[in-house]
Design a protein around this ligand. Structure first.
Ligand SMILES: [Zn+2]
Ligand SMILES: [Zn+2]
Length: 321
């Protein structure tokens, strides 16, 4: 993620800021990718702290307009959890917008979000025919820690859920193309194999012994759809890590030049190499605070080939190229 100029004074603004350091309200214009001082604010600004602009006063921003179902406000913490969930969604939508997805120049369908609070039973997250369902309860740190332990997914995060589930939606968009489907099946396998049976098998038997050579995560081995979604999430993680690193003004001998834009990089191997190198460094920095690694995943040659495949389709797919 970039760091933005303050439109009314000195200093910088972070992507989630609602105001400058001296308290002047500002909002992020996702089309201009810049902060503005007095635009029409999103209608969700007061309610959930959405800091995006709207086309007109009283309307929702582009991101909030994609939320068809918001959580039941009578459930405890539904509104603050929803606010954090929308913040993760805006972040990922802005990332994908760098490759033109869901912006005005993209002629295809937008994702429809069902962001649901949890009552006594968990909300199953997933994607079906363009609809992304997310449990907003997963921003709760206690519940998230419990699920991380139970599911052995220590890197479960809301931004990761967004990247994974929107990844399924992107597959659904791309699957309208015969050339994509043919290439996808050659790289990831045939997604027409029985999905419920494949997931049941995965949960009963675990991943194949050699999964680390073939997949980014154990869950990716469950089914070609999950392999695609996990690979897409990781491509978005890595590209965003590189983008955020560049935005700080720090440099690395691996990086081409200070103005390098990871989202404009045409060579996936170069992008993945630079991002993977940065993660090794930042993992080491995290250890100096006793924190877990930022990105503890090992990228096998085969996983890198799949990341390159997703990169090529995400870079041109929104424009039908
Ligand atoms: Zn909004
Ligand atoms: Zn999935």
């Amino acid at each position: 993620m970039r760091i933005f100029a303050n439109p009314v004074g000195a200093g910088s603004l972070w992507f989630d800021n609602l105001a400058t350091a001296d308290g002047t309200p500002v909002a992020y214009d996702p089309q201009a990718r810049a902060f503005l001082p007095m635009p029409p604010f999103c209608a969700n600004r007061e309610r959930i702290g959405c800091n995006w602009t709207a086309a007109k006063e009283g309307e929702f921003c582009r991101s909030c307009a994609m939320t068809a179902l918001a959580p039941d406000p009578s459930i405890a913490n539904a509104i603050p959890n929803w606010a954090q969930t929308e913040a993760a969604k805006r972040w990922v939508l802005d990332n994908l917008g760098r490759w033109h997805w869901f912006r005005p120049e993209d002629p295809g369908a937008r994702p429809v979000f069902h962001l649901l609070a949890e009552g006594p039973s968990p909300v199953p997250m997933g994607h079906a025919a363009g609809v992304v369902t997310i449990s907003v309860a997963e921003v709760d740190p206690v519940l998230l820690t419990t699920r991380r332990e139970a599911l052995q997914e220590p890197y479960r995060t809301m931004i990761g859920h967004m990247r994974h589930e929107i990844g399924h939606m992107l597959w659904w968009r791309l699957s309208l193309r015969e050339d994509f489907l043919k290439a996808f099946r050659a790289m990831f396998g045939d997604e027409r194999i029985d999905y419920p049976a494949a997931l049941r098998y995965h949960y009963e038997n675990g991943p194949p012994a050699e999964w680390r050579q073939l997949y980014l995560t154990s869950y990716a081995s469950a089914h070609p759809h999950e392999d695609w979604a996990e690979t897409t999430a990781h491509l978005l993680h890595l590209t965003d890590i590189a983008d955020s690193f560049v935005a700080t003004g720090l440099s690395s001998p691996e990086m081409p030049d200070p103005g390098w834009d990871p989202y404009s990089e045409p060579d996936p191997e170069r992008l993945i190499h630079i991002a993977a190198t940065l993660t090794v460094g930042v993992n080491h920095v995290n250890r100096s605070m006793g924190l877990a690694d930022l990105y503890p995943f090992v990228l096998s040659d085969y996983a890198r080939r799949k990341l390159a495949f997703v990169h090529s389709w995400l870079r041109r797919g929104a424009l039908g190229l």
